[in-house]
Write a protein of this length. Structure first.
Ligand SMILES: Cc1ncc(COP(=O)(O)O)c(C=O)c1O
Length: 391
């Protein structure tokens, strides 16, 4: 029998995505409510169909188009960046449309690192970021956040060494729901400027803030343009997850390397999705305002439900995205607790270990994917399950 060649050590070091593991348990336990997946319940606004009609009118749309994105979409993004993010750029020089923010991240890592370089990830991190760093042959340098899941700029600065190429921040955060204050984002951006690093900011949840929390884009800081890579996505806000459209704002000197990478991986972002994105962005944030308002209501109710757990499960302020990160009083391994929650209580969440949280027993709860009724039903089961399964 022939054996296959060895899987390279680089790939063996990449964590197995945990979503399919939990997904299998969900399938084996019909009726389970999933508070696992980080998606929203709504789809794109109906306006996208006029974009698709425009796509159909032009036979050349079936051919490859520009690596960087179609000019109409670059134009929409340029205006949006100015109005919503206070980032004033010429899209031709600074913006690349990607097949989602994940691709923007992979493009960024490949463009700014050599194999063996280090990339600083505050923990908890988004698992695909850590995976991308390892896939690129680089080393994730994981730096803890504080007890409220907030950045610790002094620790980030201490973690910089001669191999460090970038610091990554995600705000609003997956998996904690934390929103970083402007001052901390500025502090990280300054560390990057002073130490010759890139600041990669993932802003996929920019519109998902609640109460008094405000999203702040590092890309608007004066002088940030030469070392800041800002990643955006239509997946969450416009309900575009399967359409695969995001974009990156990059320093002008990275345009050539990023285009080389994207040309090799993708050639061009799917053109039909880009036309749909033009129509969606022309509809603007009112297209998803109702959805986010509904999430704000669900979030309030969840906070009240979780309070019933007292010190069995605590959580930091989660003023953004659609996540809570629970610190559960349990000796169990988080993945084992997740399995028991699915099997005995028919509710699924994600283990904190997937996000680099090796200590204690932490669980991520996502409330974006379900109708408010189902999300609250799932939360009820979770609270009941944690009452039963914790110490
Ligand atoms: C922080 C973060 N960035 C990026 C993504 C993926 O976004 P996209 O669908 O645009 O690739 C997610 C999805 O969960 C996310 O949580």
């Amino acid at each position: 029998m022939r054996s296959h060649p060895e899987i390279p050590a680089r790939m063996q070091g990449v964590q197995d995505p945990v979503i399919p593991i939990v997904g299998e348990w969900i399938r084996d336990n019909p009726g389970t409510i999933s508070l696992g997946q980080g998606v929203v319940s709504w789809g794109p606004p109906p306006e996208i169909y006029s974009g698709i009609a425009a796509f159909r009118e032009e036979p050349d749309n079936h051919k490859y188009q520009l690596v960087q994105g179609i000019p109409q979409l670059l134009g929409c993004i340029q205006s949006k960046l100015a109005v919503d993010n206070n980032i004033w750029v010429r899209a031709q020089e600074r913006v690349v449309v990607t097949a989602g923010a994940n691709m923007g991240f992979m493009n960024s890592i490949l463009a700014v690192t050599d194999p063996g370089d280090e990339v600083i990830l505050p923990a908890p991190f988004y698992f695909n970021h850590e995976m991308a760093v390892r896939i690129a042959g680089c080393v994730p340098r994981v730096v803890p956040t504080d007890e409220n899941n907030q950045l610790q700029p002094a620790l980030l600065a201490e973690a910089v060494n001669e191999r460090t190429r970038a610091i990554v921040t995600i705000s609003p955060n997956n998996p904690s729901g934390a929103v970083y204050p402007e001052a901390d984002i500025r502090a990280v951006n300054t560390i990057c400027a002073d130490r010759g690093l890139y600041h990669i900011t993932d802003e996929a949840y920019e519109y998902f803030t609640y109460g008094g929390a405000r999203h702040f884009s590092a890309g608007c800081i004066q002088g940030a343009g030469e070392h800041t890579i800002s990643l955006f996505s239509l997946s969450k806000s416009y309900g575009f997850a399967s359409w695969r459209i995001g974009y990156m704002v990059i320093p002008p000197h990275l345009m050539v390397p990023v285009k080389k990478i994207q040309d090799t991986n993708l050639i061009c972002p799917p053109v039909i999705s880009q036309h749909a994105a033009v129509a969606a962005m022309n509809a603007g944030p009112t297209a998803f305002a109702t959805g986010i308002r509904a999430l704000a209501g669900v979030r309030e109710k969840i906070i009240r439900l979780l309070a019933g757990l007292g010190d069995k499960a605590t959580f930091g302020p989660a003023d953004g995205a659609f996540y809570f990160l629970l610190n559960v009083r349990s000796q169990q391994k988080p993945l084992e607790l997740v399995r028991q929650l699915v099997e005995r209580h028919k509710v699924a969440v994600m283990p904190g270990t997937a996000f680099g949280l090796e200590e204690g027993c932490q669980l991520r709860v996502a409330y974006g994917a379900l109708s408010p009724e189902n999300a609250l039903e799932g939360m009820g089961r979770l609270v009941e399950g944690l009452q039963a399964l914790t110490d």
